[in-house]
Design a protein around this ligand. Structure first.
Ligand code: FAD
Length: 642
């Protein structure tokens, strides 16, 4: 057996972004000895990149706001496929989570009378995003880290050891969740710098690993987003929910090629930025779908008046939910009215004075100046859709964040499914990860305190070590006699496949092609070979990440092929409308054979088994928050009858 360091903890949190840190703080405060593991340096998680803000109905900018309005907006944004109880808890608890951050030292931007300032974002009826310029994620992570340090200092005073109850293992990658029978017994992973293996034994594991964007060619996501947590859960026996829903943010940079995909925050539109085609037309007025017609302005004059008088005017169509705006940009470019580099124009320079732009959007100003030599205070930006967020994820219980089917496994943040339905509203991720990060930490701690300590199975540890070492011995001949493969080449082919064949607009025959290509890549990935040794070896790390990206990509492609309608972040050219009969259908992906999917199903047929389930009916008092005429547009016939 390989040399493996072992430690015992009560709760292990995989991921140190907003969700992971919030979970860890809660678990430690509830008395659980808690370990946090992250792939990157502590403080460098993807959450740091979040720009626009945290959505919470605090009512600071408009007293008409409240949790019910936020709940309604979230369901409309998700096209009523949201796990409604999650959306309810989220809307009710988000304000408390923001105020709590403030008591822990977060310095939010303020209104003139000293309250936390809130800005407009797409799909939100009122200004609702608490923010710190366009660097909100940085402040969120800084505050949570500060809270962790405060708890560690408390522990030092009591035990003489800062890390006795809360310890962070940075630059460590988890590759397997270990199990004792049906329940969780810990995690297996490796230190990225030394390559050494380790096992953390624990009755409860919280997965908070973020998203999957690195499976797509053009993405706003950081290098960490290889779908690890999704795959860890699948491999441990927990299903993934509605993986077809992938959000393509409408505004990523399109030029120069080296920065293609980097996000242009929605705050630009929230603060007054407008979208124009190559002829200078504000084209979004042509793309307001029927379900939103009553809520969006029909003329530029009305749209512009809304910024000063939102109570008597309707919103500009640039602030439609992201899926609508992304499709509109895609259609404009396809119709030949795009910008020189294949996007459209986003302009704030004619809408705000230069000093206001620099104050409200400092990161955007520097991003364009330094990366594209564009001065956004004087000229328009070129923007186009970029893969941004995955709505699909680990199927969880709404209240406790417990993953389905695997006792002791919890999930929170972007890796968890259900909360956002078919499309997430901007700002709803930072609030989601605070609300459900806390809930996951709380319930993991409770579960751990009542559970007998599990037994770690040495055979599983050996198998995990052998799996991790395989890229060093991939010499060809296994399993089909082909030559060793380069992990970087495989990754590029995977990204191209997902971008071209399972991207923003989807077609049946292309998704079938994608599944064939994924099957081929999966075979070749078994021969992914690396040279050198285990000390910081990025090729090896990527070879291991490929397993996760391939599994998750297959889930996305299979579910997208199955759902024969267009809804939120899933657009079918061959089934262009939203179909009410799909409103109450969830698609679940599970591993076809938890022991070894290759043996059971054969690689060409893939590793994922897909099943349908009917969603739980929306509670009547929550349905009563909507007008009947609106419900008619969304709900299936039998639901309306009931
Ligand atoms: P993350 O913050 O990504 O953390 C994941 C953690 O898991 C990391 O620590 C990582 O190292 C770790 N990890 C991953 N795999 C492993 C493994 N195998 N082993 C160990 N550790 C692992 N949302 C909003 O609500 N408002 C915004 O304004 C906003 N702006 C955004 C701007 C940009 C540019 C981007 C890209 C996204 C934005 N989002 C925004 C979305 C939001 O930032 C993310 O959805 C959110 O931060 C995800 O947080 P998380 O805690 O789930 O995961």
């Amino acid at each position: 057996m390989s040399v493996v360091d072992r430690q015992e903890w009560d709760v292990v949190v995989v991921g140190a972004g907003g969700a992971g840190l919030r979970a860890a703080i809660e678990a430690r405060e509830r008395g659980a000895r808690t370990a946090v593991i992250c792939k990157s340096l502590f403080g460098k998680a993807h959450t740091v990149m979040a720009e626009g803000g945290i959505a919470a109905a605090m009512g600071n900018a408009n007293a008409g706001d409240g949790w019910q309005v936020h709940f309604r907006d979230t369901l409309r944004g998700g096209k009523f496929l949201n796990q409604w109880r999650m959306a309810e808890l989220h809307a009710r608890e988000a304000p408390q989570r923001v105020w709590e951050l403030e008591t822990w030292g977060a310095l939010f931007d303020r209104t003139q009378d000293g309250r936390i300032s809130q800005r407009n974002f797409g799909g939100h009826e009122y200004p609702r995003l608490a923010h710190v310029g366009d660097r909100t994620g940085l402040e969120l992570i800084r505050t949570l880290q500060q809270r962790i340090v405060a708890l560690q200092q408390e522990d030092f005073r009591e035990t003489g050891d800062y890390e006795s109850r809360l310890k962070v293992f940075q630059e460590c990658t988890v590759t397997r969740v270990l199990k004792d029978g049906e329940r969780v017994s810990g995690v297996f992973g490796y230190e990225r710098e030394s390559g050494r293996f380790f096992v953390l034994e624990a009755p409860a594991v919280v997965i908070a690993t973020g998203g999957i964007g690195k499976s797509f060619k053009v993405t706003s996501n950081s290098w960490e987003y290889t779908g690890d947590g999704h795959a860890l859960a699948l491999l441990a026996g927990a299903p993934l929910l509605n993986m077809e829903f992938v959000q393509f943010h409408p505004t990523g940079m399109v030029w120069p090629p080296s920065v293609k995909g980097i996000l242009v925050t929605e705050s630009v539109r929230g603060d007054g930025g407008v979208l124009r085609d190559s002829e200078g037309r504000r084209f979004m007025f042509d793309y307001v779908p029927d379900v939103f017609k009553e809520k969006y302005a029909e003329t530029e004059e009305e749209a512009d008046r809304w910024y000063d008088d939102p109570d008597h005017n309707r919103r500009p169509p640039e602030l439609l939910p992201r899926d609508e705006v992304a499709r509109a940009i895609n259609a404009e470019v396809k119709a030949g009215r795009g910008s020189p580099h294949g996007g459209v124009f986003l302009d704030v320079s004619t809408r705000m004075p230069a000093e206001v732009i620099k104050r409200r959007l400092p990161s955007m100003y520097h991003q364009f100046k330094e990366l594209a030599d564009v001065d956004i205070t004087a000229e328009a930006m070129e923007v186009g859709p970029t893969c941004h967020y995955v709505m699909g994820g680990i199927a969880v219980d709404s209240d406790s964040a417990a993953a389905r089917g695997v006792p002791g496994l919890f999930a929170a943040g972007e890796v968890a499914g259900g909360m956002h339905g078919s499309n997430r509203l901007g700002g709803n991720s930072l609030s989601d990860l605070l609300v459900f990060g806390r809930r996951a930490g709380l319930h993991a701690a409770e579960y751990a305190s009542g559970a007998a300590r599990p037994r770690v199975d040495d055979a599983q540890v050996d198998a995990a070590a052998a799996e991790a070492l395989r890229p060093f011995s991939a010499e060809g001949g296994e399993p089909d006699g082909g030559p060793p493969e380069n992990p970087y080449t495989l990754h590029q082919e995977l990204q191209r496949t997902m971008h071209d064949l399972v991207g923003i607009i989807r077609r049946e025959h292309e998704m079938e092609q994608a599944l064939e290509k994924l099957a081929e890549l999966r075979l070749r990935a078994r021969r992914a070979g690396v040279e050198g040794h285990r000390q910081f070896n990025p090729g090896w790390h990527l070879a291991l990440d490929l397993r996760n990206m391939l599994l998750v990509s297959e889930c996305v492609a299979r579910a997208a092929l199955e759902r024969t309608e267009s809804r939120g972040g899933h657009t079918r050219e061959d089934h262009s409308g939203m179909d009410r009969s799909w409103r109450n259908v969830n698609l679940l992906c599970a591993l076809a054979d938890p022991v070894d999917g290759f043996a059971a199903t054969g690689p060409a047929r893939g590793r994922i088994a897909l099943t349908r389930e009917t969603t739980e009916p929306i509670r009547p008092d929550l349905l009563a928050l909507f007008e009947k005429e609106e419900l008619v547009k969304y709900l299936a016939e039998e639901e309306l009858y009931e």
